[in-house]
Design a protein around this ligand. Structure first.
Ligand code: IPE
Ligand code: IPE
Ligand code: MG
Length: 246
Protein backbone atom coordinates (compact mmCIF):
# COMPACT_ATOMS: atom_id res chain seq x y z
CA UNK A 1 0.00 0.00 0.00
CA UNK A 2 1.26 3.47 -0.82
CA UNK A 3 1.43 6.35 1.63
CA UNK A 4 -1.23 8.44 -0.14
CA UNK A 5 -3.87 5.85 0.83
CA UNK A 6 -3.30 6.58 4.51
CA UNK A 7 -5.60 9.22 6.01
CA UNK A 8 -3.33 11.95 7.39
CA UNK A 9 -5.94 12.67 10.05
CA UNK A 10 -5.96 9.87 12.58
CA UNK A 11 -2.35 8.74 12.41
CA UNK A 12 -1.60 6.86 15.65
CA UNK A 13 0.85 8.76 17.84
CA UNK A 14 2.45 5.54 19.04
CA UNK A 15 2.86 2.28 17.15
CA UNK A 16 4.41 -0.77 18.83
CA UNK A 17 5.73 -3.77 16.91
CA UNK A 18 6.58 -7.34 17.88
CA UNK A 19 9.07 -8.14 15.13
CA UNK A 20 8.69 -11.89 14.80
CA UNK A 21 9.58 -14.57 12.25
CA UNK A 22 13.28 -14.02 11.57
CA UNK A 23 14.19 -17.64 12.28
CA UNK A 24 11.46 -19.04 10.04
CA UNK A 25 12.41 -16.62 7.27
CA UNK A 26 16.02 -17.84 7.41
CA UNK A 27 14.91 -21.47 7.43
CA UNK A 28 12.70 -20.82 4.41
CA UNK A 29 15.75 -19.50 2.60
CA UNK A 30 17.89 -22.46 3.70
CA UNK A 31 20.01 -20.39 6.05
CA UNK A 32 21.04 -20.11 9.71
CA UNK A 33 18.66 -18.19 12.02
CA UNK A 34 21.08 -15.24 12.34
CA UNK A 35 20.70 -14.64 8.61
CA UNK A 36 17.05 -13.80 9.30
CA UNK A 37 17.95 -11.47 12.15
CA UNK A 38 20.41 -9.68 9.87
CA UNK A 39 17.80 -9.30 7.16
CA UNK A 40 15.38 -7.95 9.79
CA UNK A 41 17.53 -4.83 10.14
CA UNK A 42 16.46 -3.84 6.63
CA UNK A 43 12.81 -4.05 7.74
CA UNK A 44 13.56 -1.85 10.74
CA UNK A 45 15.13 0.74 8.44
CA UNK A 46 12.09 0.68 6.19
CA UNK A 47 9.46 1.10 8.90
CA UNK A 48 11.43 3.76 10.75
CA UNK A 49 11.39 5.65 7.47
CA UNK A 50 7.68 4.99 6.92
CA UNK A 51 6.74 5.99 10.45
CA UNK A 52 8.71 9.21 10.03
CA UNK A 53 6.99 9.99 6.75
CA UNK A 54 3.57 9.56 8.34
CA UNK A 55 4.39 11.67 11.36
CA UNK A 56 4.06 8.85 13.89
CA UNK A 57 5.60 10.26 17.07
CA UNK A 58 6.68 7.06 18.83
CA UNK A 59 7.68 3.71 17.34
CA UNK A 60 8.45 0.97 19.85
CA UNK A 61 10.15 -2.15 18.52
CA UNK A 62 10.39 -5.34 20.54
CA UNK A 63 13.85 -6.52 19.58
CA UNK A 64 14.91 -8.82 22.42
CA UNK A 65 12.76 -10.11 25.26
CA UNK A 66 13.81 -11.16 28.75
CA UNK A 67 12.89 -14.70 27.69
CA UNK A 68 15.14 -14.51 24.61
CA UNK A 69 18.17 -14.85 26.93
CA UNK A 70 17.19 -18.53 27.15
CA UNK A 71 17.91 -19.16 23.46
CA UNK A 72 21.02 -21.14 22.48
CA UNK A 73 24.20 -19.31 23.47
CA UNK A 74 25.38 -19.03 19.85
CA UNK A 75 22.17 -17.27 18.81
CA UNK A 76 22.27 -14.87 21.77
CA UNK A 77 25.92 -14.04 21.04
CA UNK A 78 25.21 -13.52 17.36
CA UNK A 79 22.26 -11.26 18.23
CA UNK A 80 24.45 -9.17 20.54
CA UNK A 81 27.07 -8.76 17.82
CA UNK A 82 24.37 -7.83 15.31
CA UNK A 83 22.90 -5.31 17.73
CA UNK A 84 26.25 -3.55 18.11
CA UNK A 85 26.85 -3.55 14.34
CA UNK A 86 23.36 -2.31 13.50
CA UNK A 87 23.42 0.48 16.09
CA UNK A 88 26.86 1.70 15.01
CA UNK A 89 25.91 1.48 11.36
CA UNK A 90 22.58 3.28 11.77
CA UNK A 91 23.61 6.27 13.92
CA UNK A 92 24.27 8.57 10.95
CA UNK A 93 21.07 7.52 9.24
CA UNK A 94 19.05 8.17 12.43
CA UNK A 95 20.60 11.61 12.82
CA UNK A 96 19.96 12.40 9.18
CA UNK A 97 16.29 11.48 9.66
CA UNK A 98 16.06 13.44 12.93
CA UNK A 99 15.19 10.22 14.83
CA UNK A 100 15.74 10.06 18.58
CA UNK A 101 16.64 6.60 19.84
CA UNK A 102 15.62 5.38 23.28
CA UNK A 103 15.83 1.99 24.98
CA UNK A 104 13.46 0.31 27.43
CA UNK A 105 14.55 -2.84 29.22
CA UNK A 106 17.07 -4.18 31.67
CA UNK A 107 20.20 -2.73 30.11
CA UNK A 108 22.44 -3.99 32.89
CA UNK A 109 22.06 -7.53 31.48
CA UNK A 110 23.97 -6.62 28.35
CA UNK A 111 27.66 -7.18 27.69
CA UNK A 112 29.61 -3.96 28.32
CA UNK A 113 30.31 -3.33 24.65
CA UNK A 114 26.64 -3.57 23.72
CA UNK A 115 25.64 -1.30 26.58
CA UNK A 116 28.23 1.33 25.68
CA UNK A 117 27.30 1.35 21.97
CA UNK A 118 23.63 1.71 22.88
CA UNK A 119 24.41 4.55 25.27
CA UNK A 120 26.47 6.20 22.54
CA UNK A 121 23.57 6.01 20.08
CA UNK A 122 21.10 7.33 22.67
CA UNK A 123 23.37 10.28 23.44
CA UNK A 124 24.22 10.98 19.82
CA UNK A 125 20.53 11.18 18.80
CA UNK A 126 19.24 12.79 22.02
CA UNK A 127 18.76 16.24 20.49
CA UNK A 128 16.75 15.01 17.50
CA UNK A 129 13.16 16.22 17.46
CA UNK A 130 11.49 13.83 14.99
CA UNK A 131 10.33 10.25 15.50
CA UNK A 132 11.12 8.68 18.86
CA UNK A 133 12.41 5.17 18.17
CA UNK A 134 12.12 3.07 21.32
CA UNK A 135 13.88 -0.29 21.35
CA UNK A 136 12.67 -2.98 23.72
CA UNK A 137 15.88 -4.75 24.74
CA UNK A 138 15.99 -7.34 27.46
CA UNK A 139 12.49 -6.07 27.99
CA UNK A 140 9.43 -7.77 29.39
CA UNK A 141 6.13 -6.35 30.57
CA UNK A 142 6.27 -8.18 33.88
CA UNK A 143 9.79 -6.93 34.55
CA UNK A 144 8.60 -3.38 33.83
CA UNK A 145 5.62 -3.69 36.20
CA UNK A 146 7.71 -5.27 38.95
CA UNK A 147 10.32 -2.50 38.72
CA UNK A 148 7.54 0.06 39.10
CA UNK A 149 6.09 -1.80 42.10
CA UNK A 150 9.53 -1.85 43.75
CA UNK A 151 10.03 1.87 43.14
CA UNK A 152 6.60 2.71 44.55
CA UNK A 153 6.99 0.43 47.58
CA UNK A 154 10.26 2.12 48.45
CA UNK A 155 8.70 5.59 48.11
CA UNK A 156 5.84 4.59 50.39
CA UNK A 157 8.28 3.05 52.88
CA UNK A 158 10.39 6.20 53.20
CA UNK A 159 7.23 8.29 53.44
CA UNK A 160 7.66 10.07 50.11
CA UNK A 161 4.13 9.25 49.02
CA UNK A 162 0.87 7.92 50.45
CA UNK A 163 -0.65 4.67 49.22
CA UNK A 164 -3.68 6.70 48.14
CA UNK A 165 -1.45 8.70 45.74
CA UNK A 166 -0.88 5.60 43.60
CA UNK A 167 -3.37 5.98 40.77
CA UNK A 168 -3.10 4.89 37.12
CA UNK A 169 -1.27 8.04 36.08
CA UNK A 170 1.23 7.73 38.90
CA UNK A 171 1.82 4.06 38.12
CA UNK A 172 2.28 4.76 34.39
CA UNK A 173 4.91 7.31 35.25
CA UNK A 174 6.86 4.71 37.20
CA UNK A 175 7.14 2.41 34.18
CA UNK A 176 10.03 2.46 31.71
CA UNK A 177 7.70 4.20 29.23
CA UNK A 178 7.10 7.14 31.58
CA UNK A 179 6.01 10.21 29.63
CA UNK A 180 5.26 8.17 26.49
CA UNK A 181 1.59 7.79 25.50
CA UNK A 182 0.24 4.22 25.34
CA UNK A 183 0.43 2.66 21.85
CA UNK A 184 -2.81 3.01 19.92
CA UNK A 185 -1.69 0.21 17.62
CA UNK A 186 0.26 -3.01 18.18
CA UNK A 187 1.51 -4.95 15.18
CA UNK A 188 2.80 -8.53 15.38
CA UNK A 189 4.26 -10.24 12.34
CA UNK A 190 4.69 -13.91 11.40
CA UNK A 191 1.16 -15.11 12.14
CA UNK A 192 1.56 -15.53 15.90
CA UNK A 193 -1.28 -14.32 18.09
CA UNK A 194 0.19 -13.43 21.44
CA UNK A 195 1.81 -10.62 23.44
CA UNK A 196 4.90 -12.60 24.55
CA UNK A 197 5.34 -10.46 27.66
CA UNK A 198 5.57 -7.17 25.74
CA UNK A 199 4.04 -3.92 27.06
CA UNK A 200 1.44 -5.56 29.34
CA UNK A 201 0.22 -2.42 31.10
CA UNK A 202 0.59 -0.07 28.14
CA UNK A 203 -1.34 -2.24 25.66
CA UNK A 204 -4.48 -2.30 27.82
CA UNK A 205 -6.56 -0.53 25.15
CA UNK A 206 -4.41 -0.82 22.03
CA UNK A 207 -5.75 -2.11 18.73
CA UNK A 208 -4.00 -5.33 17.67
CA UNK A 209 -2.99 -6.03 14.08
CA UNK A 210 -1.62 -9.44 13.14
CA UNK A 211 0.22 -9.97 9.89
CA UNK A 212 1.31 -13.28 8.39
CA UNK A 213 4.38 -11.64 6.87
CA UNK A 214 7.66 -12.75 8.40
CA UNK A 215 9.55 -9.80 9.86
CA UNK A 216 12.43 -9.76 7.29
CA UNK A 217 9.82 -9.30 4.53
CA UNK A 218 7.93 -6.52 6.32
CA UNK A 219 8.28 -3.08 4.73
CA UNK A 220 6.82 0.39 5.25
CA UNK A 221 4.02 -0.42 2.77
CA UNK A 222 2.89 -3.11 5.23
CA UNK A 223 2.99 -0.55 8.03
CA UNK A 224 0.76 1.74 5.95
CA UNK A 225 -1.64 -1.17 5.45
CA UNK A 226 -1.79 -1.79 9.21
CA UNK A 227 -2.46 1.89 9.86
CA UNK A 228 -5.28 2.02 7.30
CA UNK A 229 -6.81 -1.05 8.94
CA UNK A 230 -6.50 0.71 12.31
CA UNK A 231 -8.15 3.84 10.91
CA UNK A 232 -11.21 1.81 9.89
CA UNK A 233 -11.86 0.57 13.42
CA UNK A 234 -14.13 2.05 16.04
CA UNK A 235 -12.38 2.42 19.40
CA UNK A 236 -15.10 2.37 22.04
CA UNK A 237 -13.19 2.26 25.35
CA UNK A 238 -16.09 0.50 27.02
CA UNK A 239 -18.74 2.84 25.67
CA UNK A 240 -21.44 1.99 23.15
CA UNK A 241 -21.14 2.62 19.46
CA UNK A 242 -23.94 5.21 19.69
CA UNK A 243 -22.06 7.14 22.34
CA UNK A 244 -18.93 7.24 20.20
CA UNK A 245 -20.78 8.44 17.10
CA UNK A 246 -22.73 11.22 18.78
C1 IPE B 1 12.13 -12.47 16.17
O1 IPE B 1 12.29 -13.56 15.31
C2 IPE B 1 13.45 -11.91 16.65
C3 IPE B 1 13.74 -12.17 18.06
C4 IPE B 1 12.93 -12.71 18.93
C5 IPE B 1 15.06 -11.77 18.53
P1 IPE B 1 12.47 -15.03 15.87
O2 IPE B 1 13.91 -15.28 16.10
O3 IPE B 1 11.60 -15.24 17.05
O4 IPE B 1 11.96 -15.91 14.65
P2 IPE B 1 11.04 -17.19 14.70
O5 IPE B 1 9.84 -16.85 15.50
O6 IPE B 1 11.85 -18.26 15.33
O7 IPE B 1 10.73 -17.47 13.27
C1 IPE C 1 8.87 -12.10 20.93
O1 IPE C 1 9.20 -13.04 19.98
C2 IPE C 1 10.06 -11.28 21.28
C3 IPE C 1 10.58 -10.42 20.21
C4 IPE C 1 10.06 -10.24 19.05
C5 IPE C 1 11.77 -9.72 20.56
P1 IPE C 1 9.50 -14.55 20.38
O2 IPE C 1 9.67 -15.28 19.10
O3 IPE C 1 10.61 -14.62 21.34
O4 IPE C 1 8.16 -14.96 21.10
P2 IPE C 1 7.55 -16.40 21.42
O5 IPE C 1 8.54 -17.11 22.27
O6 IPE C 1 7.32 -17.09 20.13
O7 IPE C 1 6.28 -16.10 22.14
MG1 MG D 1 9.68 -15.85 17.25
Amino acid sequence: MTIDLVNKIGIPRHVAVIMDGNGRWAQKHGNERIFGHRQGVESVRSIVEGAGELGVEYLTLYAFSTENWDRPKEEVNALMALLVDAVVQEIDNLNEKNVKMLVIGNLCCFPTEVESKLTEAIQSTSKNTGLKLILGLSYSGRWDILEAVKKISLEVKIGGIEVADVDEKFFSNCLSTSGIPDPELLIRTSGEFRISNFLLWQLAYSEFYFSNILWPDFRKENLFEAIVDFQNRERRFGKTSEQIRS
